[in-house]
Design a protein around this ligand. Sequence first.
Ligand SMILES: Nc1nc(=O)c2c([nH]1)NC[C@@H]1CN(c3ccc(C(=O)N[C@@H](CCC(=O)O)C(=O)O)cc3)C=[N+]21
Length: 286
Amino acid sequence: MTAQLLDGKATAAEIRRGLAERVAELTTTVGRPPGLGTVLVGDDPGSHAYVDGKHRDCAQIGVAPIRRRLPVDATQQQVEDVIDELNADPACTGYIVQLPLPRHLDANAVLERMDPAKDADGLHPVNLGPLVLGVEAPLPCTPRGIVELLRRHDVPLAGARVCVVGRGITVGRPIGLLLTRRSENATVTLCRTGTEDLARHLREADIVIAAAGSPGLITKAVLRPGAAVLDAGITRTDQGLVGDVHPDAATVATWLAPMPGGVGPMTRAMLLANVVEAAERNADSV
Ligand SMILES: Nc1nc(=O)c2c([nH]1)NC[C@@H]1CN(c3ccc(C(=O)N[C@@H](CCC(=O)O)C(=O)O)cc3)C=[N+]21
């Protein structure tokens, strides 16, 4: 058996086509396109590549890119000045601060200074409250992308046993909150790589979401035959980017969202969706 592809690349392209139509309409009614800002501090090549990708996505659907770059030794004040500037800029509908920030900066203070209405990542503390409450607010992009990918491939969620590995703020922790909403009704076990008997939790799961940043962690040996497997892990090595899911997993899984081509493109599509939705909310309120 070889797993069917949860094709994030194709699904994201389809989502972008729908968003492009909404952007065209907004641009006409509002008189200017929605704008997505990125704040990049330092010169980490990986971060540069990700941010470039986000700007390419913007260009494809007619969203205006707003780039802000700061040197690796930027002060807290300099970064916060950029945040204040984007908060005040009416052309900037939403923006992200590319993480991680250099260690000398206080990332939480930077994120808290953002206007929550412009939080394209859905990671502002003010937007994490509604995530827990299940009321409307921008959703974290990777969890939203994972749910969208599963839905569009008719992978059943209601009653499914989901094992998440990784309890990070961008993926693991919030995906547990999304999947246990009434609209999804999954049963979620949230593990870390050090969870005792991790293999036992994994073997019980109908759906495995790997977000640990631990290359090759999920092998066929720890999977229930027929499980759906989504790789949200990404580690930069000398051999290139490596996911959390071992290639042999494809021989026992029914569904596989691979890295690359699975969760990553969906994350980027959801960033665009968050910006377009923010622009639509703004257009409705004037
Ligand atoms: N404020 C903030 N928001 C983020 O969303 C954020 C961040 N900081 N910091 C870094 C991580 C990482 N991340 C990725 C998104 C897409 C791909 C992606 O599209 N990957 C391609 C492959 C990329 C390649 O080949 O270079 C794929 O999986 O097919 C990867 C990584 C977003 N992040």
